[in-house]
Design a protein around this ligand. Structure first.
Ligand SMILES: CC(C)(COP(=O)(O)OP(=O)(O)OC[C@H]1O[C@@H](n2cnc3c(N)ncnc32)[C@H](O)[C@@H]1OP(=O)(O)O)[C@@H](O)C(=O)NCCC(=O)NCCS
Length: 190
């Protein structure tokens, strides 16, 4: 399941995830190997400019977090970044996170998104191409993958409508559960 995180408490988990990446994955994600201090500085940027960042969390049905997508506003574009916990890589999670970020961009009138890919990272280059991002060499062993965001298709609008309906239903069910608990003072999962 992929959810958008707006709670400040999610930032600590995001920071812990980034710090726990292997040095190779950190290098692939950032283009260098940041220290924990530098990762904390990145998180502080999100805290200070929450409207310029959107975080996507991927989790298992058990609730275990498996990976994160991060969209950071840069003028009229957004920079995308994605990272998946090593034990959950190659299960399709990175691809789903990129897909969800692109759908979000389509429904928020974003003109363009881009992603930095280091030359040796063939997996992210493959995923960029799979999602129609066009990669260009930038020199110094780096590529940029960019996409001008088209209008959402009829199919995507329809899928979003049903997803929104399901979210409303889930929220209503949760509200109902809490009200029952308040009125009758007991826990219920129904
Ligand atoms: C890059 C990363 C996000 C990919 O996540 P993932 O969940 O493992 O990726 P997925 O399982 O969704 O997809 C992997 C794809 O790469 C393909 N692949 C695997 N090895 C490959 C290789 N050597 N060359 C090309 N493609 C390869 C797989 O076949 C799969 O393709 P498919 O979706 O068409 O079947 C993950 O490896 C990661 O977190 N890396 C460290 C951080 C990083 O590099 N981030 C990207 C820069 S922001």
């Amino acid at each position: 399941m992929i959810t958008i995180e707006r709670e400040i408490s999610a930032l600590k988990e995001y920071a812990d995830h980034l710090k726990s990446l292997s040095d190779i994955d950190k290098h692939s994600r950032f283009g260098y190997t940041p220290s924990d201090y530098v990762i904390d500085q990145l998180i502080m940027k999100i805290v200070n400019n929450p409207n310029d960042h959107v975080l996507f969390r991927s989790s298992e049905p058990s609730g275990e977090t498996t990976g994160w997508g991060h969209m950071a506003k840069d003028g009229s574009s957004y920079e995308l970044a994605v990272s998946v916990d090593s034990k959950h890589q190659r299960k399709g999670i990175g691809s789903r996170l990129i897909g969800e970020m692109l759908i979000w961009a389509k429904f928020h009138n974003i003109n363009e998104v881009y992603m930095h890919c280091i030359e040796s990272n063939k997996v992210i280059q493959h995923l960029a191409l799979k999602h129609n991002l066009i990669t260009r060499e930038r020199g110094y062993g780096e590529r940029t993958a960019a996409l001008e965001i088209p209008e959402p298709s009829w199919f995507e609008k329809n899928a979003k409508f049903w997803k929104d309906q399901n979210n409303i239903l889930d929220e209503y069910t949760e509200l109902n559960r809490r009200m029952t608990h308040l009125m009758f003072g007991k826990h219920t999962n129904t």
